[in-house]
Design a protein around this ligand. Structure first.
Ligand code: NAP
Length: 201
């Protein structure tokens, strides 16, 4: 039996006005409590960083994701707080043209390779689990043609300015996504799941 096609899934928290963080990278306006967090812990255990897993007494199953991709600025958020290996249960790939593995944790691969090429190689090696694009908006822009699905945790806040969900893309790049499910939570967060309608070839 052949393994299902491995997808690149951009799962990310976003404000009502389309920002994944404020101008200075601040994400503190996004609520960290409520029933959407229960969903996240239950259904997206693989996306929890190691300190959160430990605090909750959980073990990642790696059945939803077994690989995480981060731009350097996303990775640096944890690094600045002393977390050099945020997702040791996943294959961790960080994209940077200016940094090397010497700047990162031992289990983290830092690469200046074209993200598209890296993703195509990862997709060609089906493992049974998807690839999580953690962010940020810059890396999502670079990987836009390869993104198969979006899982947007839409928070009931307006940030007004900041780091966009996807940067460096234009109307010409289209919006080839179909809404599959939309789940409102009592917390005010709505989780929207989209699938690409013109599958990546
Ligand atoms: N709300 C959420 O769920 C969520 C999730 C993730 C991140 N965030 C937030 O997003 C912010 C970071 O997003 P961002 O868009 O500013 O940055 P980013 O995409 O995380 O990182 C940008 C950096 O990644 C490297 N990079 C990007 N594209 C590359 C390419 N094609 N090839 C090689 N390297 C590449 C470059 O690093 P070098 O400059 O080192 O070359 C670039 O400066 C953080 O504040 C974080 O808190 C929020």
């Amino acid at each position: 039996m052949t393994a299902p096609r491995r997808r690149l899934v951009y799962l990310v928290a976003v404000s009502l006005d389309g920002y994944i963080a404020g101008p200075d990278g601040d994400t503190s306006a996004f609520p960290l409590e409520g029933d959407h967090i229960e969903w996240l812990v239950r259904e997206c255990t693989d996306t929890l960083p190691a300190p959160a897993l430990e605090a909750l007494g959980l073990t990642a199953r790696n059945d939803r994701f077994d690989t995480v991709l981060m731009g350097w600025d996303t990775y640096a958020v944890g690094l600045d707080e002393g977390v050099a290996e945020p997702y040791p249960h996943l294959e961790q790939v960080v994209f940077s043209r200016r940094r090397t593995g010497a700047d990162a944790g031992a289990s983290v691969t830092v690469t200046d390779e074209d993200p598209i090429e890296v993703v195509r190689r990862l997709k060609a090696a089906p493992t049974g689990a998807d690839i999580w694009l953690c962010g940020g908006g810059t890396l999502a822009g670079a990987l836009w043609p390869e993104i198969d699905a979006l899982v947007l945790k839409v928070n009931p806040v307006v940030l007004g300015d900041g780091i966009g969900l996807v940067t460096g893309r234009s109307l010409a790049d289209g919006a080839p996504f179909r809404l599959e499910t939309s789940t409102p939570y009592r917390s005010g967060v709505v989780v929207n799941e989209y699938e690409r309608t013109d599958p990546v070839t």
